[in-house]
Design a protein around this ligand. Structure first.
Ligand code: ADP
Ligand code: MG
Length: 693
C-alpha cells in the first residue's frame, strides 16, 4: 500500500485549484494524470524579469520591468489600428501598444496619472521605446505578484504558458517533505539538498545553468529516479534468485556430437559465451542471461549447444522466435544438428491446426519432444511441457518482459537465455535488466567479408539501378528498402509500390514486394520466394524480419537512409554479408542532410562493430528513441536521461547493491524512507516482494 504521506501527490490533477476536466485532460497528455506528474514536468526555459532600468537606460531587445506613470490613451482610428498608451518616468518615455484591444479593460488596468509596473519585451520603433502587450501590468503595491524569474514549461496545443506554470507551482506546493532516503554522506559530498528543496529549486530556476541536466537540483531528482529503478530491479532479481533453480550440469556429449557435425569451428567468442552459459546452468540458481551479438555472429548455434546440455540432463528445452519465418529458419538450422546428436526436435507455430497440432502438443506434454522451436504460440496456456528446463528467447525486443516471464513460468527453475541482435549499450542494459548477466559475441565467424558501405544522394538512383542490374547478372540477390513513416503511410506506401513497379519493369519477373499491410502468410510466401531464389529483388517497406538468413543476398539498397536510426541501419546492413560473396550496402539519402543524419551515415561507413554503433547511437539520439520506445520495453525515465546521467546510473547501481546487501527487506530507518522512494516513482510491484513493513 502506498504510504499516506504520498497521497497529495497521487491525487488527480483535477484536485488542483482552477483545473477542470478539460485542463486535466490536456495535462494528462502533457505530463500525466496525477499531481506528481506535474512535479516531474520541469521547466525548459525561463524569463528573467530582474532587469529594471530607468527609461533613459533601457535597452530594447530585452525583457524589462519598468515603473512608469500612465499618460494619455490613444485608441486607433479603427479596430484594425493599434491602441496606444503613452507612459513616462522621470527620465524618458515609453509607448504601450495593444492590438484588438478592449478600451474599457485597458482604462481599468492603466488609469491615466497613476503609477504602474509593466513587464514584458522591450522594443524600439522609429527611435521610440515600445512594449507591445506587456506580460504584467500591476499597481506598485502588488509587486510581489510579479515573478522575478518566470519558469517556462514545455506545452502542448491548447495550453497557455501561465496555466501550466500555475498548475506546476501548485503541484510542487502540495509536495510533502519526505524522510531522506539518500546516504547523508553522499548527499553532502554531492552538495545536494533535500528532495523537496530540490524539487522546488528545479521548478524555480534563476539562471540558464539551473535548467541544465547537470544542475544540482536536477541531478538529485535524476539520481532519485535512477536509484528507485535500480533498487526495484535489485529486489525483483533477488526474488528470482530465491526461486530455486536446478543444477543442470551435463557431460556435454550431445553438444560434442552436434559440434562434430559442423563444417566449421566455433569462434572464440562462441566458445566463451557457451562456457558462461554452462556455468550458469551448472549453478543451482536460475539463469537469466542475455546473449548479444550482431546478426550472423552465430548466436543460434551457441543456444543450440546449451539446449543440448539441458536435454542431456533429462529436461526439455524450448526456443521461441518472434515470427513464423524465423522459427522455421531456426528449425532448419537446428534440426539436422540435433538429429546428429540423436535428439528429436519439433516446431510449433500458429499455423499448426487440428490433429497435427494435437499430436505436437502431446509430444511436448509427454516429453517425447526434447527440443521445441516455436513462435509465441508456445506461451499459450493450453501448452504444457513435461519438464521444461530452459527457454531461449530470440530477439527480445519483439517480446515484452511479460511474455518472457510467462514462458519461464511453464516449469520450475527454468533457465532463460535471451538472444538479441540489437546490441544494448551498457547503460541501457543496466536500466532495463539491472545487473542481468550478458555474453557478447564480438567476433564474426571466419571467412566473412566486411560489407562495403557507400552513401549516395537520391539523385543518383539511375546509377544504382544500373549497378543492381549488373549484380543481378552475376547472380546476386538484392534487398531494396523503402522506409515507411507513420505520418504519411499512404504516401510512402505509394512510393514503395512505385519503386516496385519501376524495378519490375527493369527486371521483369524478378521483383517481389512486402509491406506492413500484407497478411503475414502472404508476406512469408514472398520472402520464401526470395530466400529460395525464385525472386532476385525484394522491395520492402517494413523492416525486413530481423534475422532472416539469405546468404545469397549480397546487395542492400536503403532509400531515405536519413530517416532510419543508426542501430536500425546497422541491423539492416546485417542482412547482407552473411555468405561467402562480397557484399555492398548502398545508403541513398535525400539532400539536404542534417547534422545528426550525416553523422550517422559517417559512422556506418566507418564502422561495422554493432557494439560501437550502439554506443554512438545512444549519444546521438538520447536513450528514449534508441530502439523505438514502443517495442523496446525500456523503462521510461521522467527526470534521468541515461545518455546524460551515465555516471549517476553507475552510482545508483552500486548504492542499490549496498542497500540490499545490508537491508534486503528495507526495514531500517533509511530502508523505510527508500520504500517511500519506490512508491514515489511508482515501483509498487517491487515493494510487493518485500515483507510488509
Ligand atoms: P545469429 O543467430 O547470431 O544471427 P546464426 O547463428 O544464425 O547467427 O549464424 C549465422 C550463420 O553463420 C549460420 O548459417 C551459421 O551456420 C553460421 N555460423 C555460425 N557459427 C559459425 C562459425 N563459428 N563459423 C562459420 N559459420 C558459422
Ligand atoms: Mg539468428
Amino acid at each position: 500500500m502506498r504510504p499516506d504521506i504520498l497521497n497529495p501527490l497521487f491525487a488527480e490533477t483535477e484536485t488542483l485549484p482552477g483545473v477542470g476536466t478539460r485542463l486535466a485532460r490536456l495535462f494528462a497528455s502533457l505530463a500525466g494524470e496525477k499531481v506528481v506528474d506535474l512535479c516531474w514536468h520541469l521547466p525548459s526555459n525561463l524569463i528573467d524579469r530582474r532587469y529594471r532600468p530607468t527609461l533613459d537606460q533601457a535597452e530594447p531587445g530585452h525583457v524589462a520591468t519598468l515603473k512608469i506613470t500612465v499618460g494619455a490613451h490613444r485608441p486607433g482610428p479603427s479596430a484594425r489600428h493599434p491602441y496606444r498608451v503613452d507612459c513616462h518616468d522621470a527620465t524618458g518615455e515609453l509607448e504601450l501598444v495593444f492590438f484588438h484591444a478592449k478600451a474599457d479593460y485597458l482604462k481599468r488596468i492603466l488609469p491615466s496619472g497613476e503609477t504602474r509596473l509593466v513587464s514584458g519585451n522591450l522594443d524600439s520603433f522609429h527611435g521610440r521605446l515600445q512594449m507591445a502587450h506587456p506580460d504584467y501590468v500591476l499597481p506598485p503595491e502588488d509587486e510581489d505578484r510579479l515573478p522575478q524569474v518566470e519558469a517556462i514549461y514545455p506545452l502542448t496545443a491548447g495550453l497557455k504558458p501561465r496555466v501550466v506554470a500555475n498548475a506546476a507551482r501548485e503541484a510542487v506546493r502540495r509536495a510533502p517533505a519526505l524522510p531522506e532516503w539518500l546516504d547523508l554522506a553522499y548527499l553532502k559530498r554531492q552538495g545536494w539538498q533535500s528532495w523537496k528543496a530540490s524539487l522546488e529549486k528545479a521548478h524555480h530556476p534563476e539562471s540558464r545553468d539551473d535548467l541544465s541536466a547537470q544542475a544540482p537540483a536536477r541531478l538529485r531528482l535524476a539520481y532519485d529516479e535512477l536509484l528507485a529503478n535500480q533498487l526495484a530491479l535489485g529486489i525483483i532479481r533477488l526474488n528470482q534468485k530465491k526461486l530455486a533453480g536446478t543444477s543442470k550440469k551435463a557431460p556435454g556429449d550431445l553438444a560434442a556430437r552436434a559440434t562434430a557435425a559442423l563444417p566449421f569451428l566455433l569462434t572464440g567468442a562462441q566458445q566463451a559465451a557457451l562456457s558462461e552459459i554452462r556455468a550458469d546452468l551448472a549453478d543451482d540458481g536460475r539463469m537469466l542471461r542475455l546473449l548479444q551479438g550482431d546478426v550472423g555472429s552465430g548466436k543460434t548455434l551457441v543456444a543450440l549447444l546449451a539446449m543440448l546440455d539441458v536435454v542431456e540432463t533429462g529436461h526439455q528445452a524450448a526456443l521461441m522466435a518472434p515470427t513464423e519465418i524465423l522459427a522455421r529458419q531456426h528449425f532448419k538450422t537446428i534440426q539436422p544438428l540435433a538429429e546428429a546428436a540423436g535428439v528429436e526436435t519439433v516446431i510449433l507455430t500458429g499455423r499448426d491446426k487440428g490433429k497435427a497440432r494435437q499430436a505436437l502438443l502431446q509430444g511436448i506434454e509427454n516429453g517425447d519432444a526434447r527440443l521445441v522451436i516455436g513462435t509465441h504460440a508456445l506461451f499459450q496456456e493450453s501448452i504444457s511441457f513435461k519438464e521444461l528446463g530452459m527457454a531461449v528467447i530470440d530477439e527480445q525486443h519483439r517480446f515484452g518482459v511479460h511474455q518472457r516471464l510467462s514462458l519461464a513460468a511453464k516449469g520450475k527453475g527454468i533457465d532463460t537465455l535471451v538472444m538479441t541482435a540489437t546490441p544494448i549499450p551498457r547503460t541501457l542494459l543496466l536500466t532495463s535488466y539491472g545487473d542481468m548477466e550478458s555474453s557478447r559475441l564480438t567476433e564474426k565467424p571466419a571467412g566473412r567479408h566486411p560489407v562495403v558501405t557507400r552513401t549516395l544522394p537520391l539523385e543518383r538512383l539511375p546509377e544504382v539501378v544500373q549497378a543492381v542490374g549488373r549484380a543481378l547478372g552475376s547472380g546476386a540477390r538484392v534487398y531494396w528498402l523503402c522506409p515507411l513513416v507513420e505520418e504519411s503511410e499512404k504516401v510512402d506506401m505509394a512510393a514503395a509500390e512505385q519503386r516496385y513497379e519501376a524495378l519490375q519493369q527493369a527486371f521483369p519477373e524478378q521483383v517481389g514486394l512486402v509491406h506492413g499491410r500484407m497478411k503475414s502468410q502472404d508476406k512469408d510466401a514472398v520472402m520464401l520466394d526470395f530466400a529460395e531464389g525464385r525472386l532476385s529483388i525484394l522491395v520492402a517497406t517494413t523492416v525486413i524480419e530481423v534475422g532472416v538468413d539469405v546468404p545469397e543476398a549480397t546487395v542492400m539498397v536503403i532509400e531515405h537512409a536519413e530517416r532510419f536510426g543508426l542501430a536500425q541501419l546497422h541491423q539492416l546492413r546485417g542482412r547482407v554479408g552473411r555468405g561467402a560473396g562480397k557484399s555492398t550496402c548502398l545508403l541513398l539519402y535525400q539532400n539536404p542532410l542534417g547534422e545528426v543524419a550525416s553523422e550517422r551515415l559517417r559512422i556506418l561507413r566507418e564502422s561495422d562493430d554493432g557494439f560501437r554503433i550502439a554506443e554512438e547511437d545512444l549519444k546521438l539520439r538520447g536513450a528514449g528513441e534508441l530502439l523505438g520506445t514502443r517495442q523496446s520495453g525500456f523503462p521510461e525515465f521522467r527526470l534521468a536521461d541515461p545518455a546524460v546521467h551515465g555516471e549517476l546510473l553507475l552510482a545508483a547501481r552500486d548504492d542499490a547493491g549496498l542497500i540490499l546487501q545490508r537491508d534486503a527487506q528495507l526495514e531500517t530507518e533509511r530502508g523505510k524512507a527508500l520504500r517511500i522512494l519506490l512508491y514515489l516513482f511508482e515501483r509498487d510491484s517491487a515493494v510487493r516482494y518485500l515483507r510488509s513493513g
